[in-house]
Design a protein around this ligand. Structure first.
Ligand code: ARG
Length: 245
């Protein structure tokens, strides 16, 4: 009996060595947690995830000799995936915040944005202060969510799985406005009739890539590549491909 058990163990150990037990990441592959509901940064075109973040990360991967493997999930799970190491990186239009710095390490910023306020044409809301006593739609766990919650209170905020669902609610009159990242707001307004963006009064937010705390080797590699891509204009070019002013 003992012999059989040790034989089974030996076989199991050999099998583990062969397939790499518990180790999901392959050499050369960078898994990227992302929430592909965020045009122009990450979204579906036919069956493919495309966008600014994908192009930038592909350019980074090319520089560091890796291959990118995006993994779509709700934004709610994206930062946790990097925090736990389930994904090598999280890149999803993620704003650097002090709270998040307690959970993950951030690369240098690769672009910036502010929050925008989307309303229906003819809305009485014309400045941010008008949001007082109104229903505000947001994507759950985004910086838009935290900011309006802080400023206007929990009861004022309706949280949605993504921006498109928040905009659906705006069109149905269930919320009075939607607060979301500027370029995404533009894409949503373009895709939907009867909406407009009012001048925003939010501070600048910087987007960066998140990694599990202590993954300094990969962090340094990505930072090195980002620095080069920022310096030689590649990142500007990628952004200009998606955002035409
Ligand atoms: N910049 C905002 C944040 O970091 C929103 C990001 C949402 N990203 C997405 N892919 N849905 O909270």
């Amino acid at each position: 009996m003992k012999k059989i058990i040790s034989l089974i163990m030996v076989v199991a150990i050999m099998l583990c060595m062969f397939v790499g037990c518990g180790k999901t990441e392959q050499d050369n592959v960078i898994t990227m947690a992302t929430s592909a509901d965020f045009e122009p940064y990450e979204y579906y075109e036919n069956d493919k995830i495309v966008g600014i973040d994908i192009d930038i990360m592909n350019a980074v991967c090319e520089k560091i000799g890796m291959q990118l493997q995006p993994e779509d999930m709700s934004f709610d799970s994206v930062i946790g995936a990097a925090q736990t190491g389930k994904a090598d990186i999280a890149m999803s239009g993620i704003t650097i915040t002090e709270d998040r710095k307690n959970m993950v390490d951030f690369t240098i910023p690769y672009t910036s944005t502010t929050q925008s306020i989307i309303v229906a044409h003819g809305s009485a809301i014309t400045v941010k202060a008008d949001l007082k006593d109104k229903k505000i739609g947001v994507q759950i766990n985004t910086t838009g969510d935290t900011q309006v919650t802080e400023e206007f209170g929990d009861a004022a905020v309706d949280r949605y799985q993504n921006g498109a669902l928040a905009v659906e609610s705006l069109k149905n009159g269930k919320v009075d406005c939607v607060v979301i990242d500027g370029e995404v707001a533009k894409a949503l307004v373009d895709a939907n009739e009867g909406l407009e963006i009012i001048a925003d009064a939010y501070s600048i937010e910087e987007y960066a890539i998140a990694l599990q705390k202590g993954n300094t080797e990969l962090l340094n590699k990505i930072n090195g590549a980002l620095e080069e891509l920022l310096a030689d204009g590649t990142i500007d070019e990628i952004i200009a491909k998606y955002i035409t002013e």
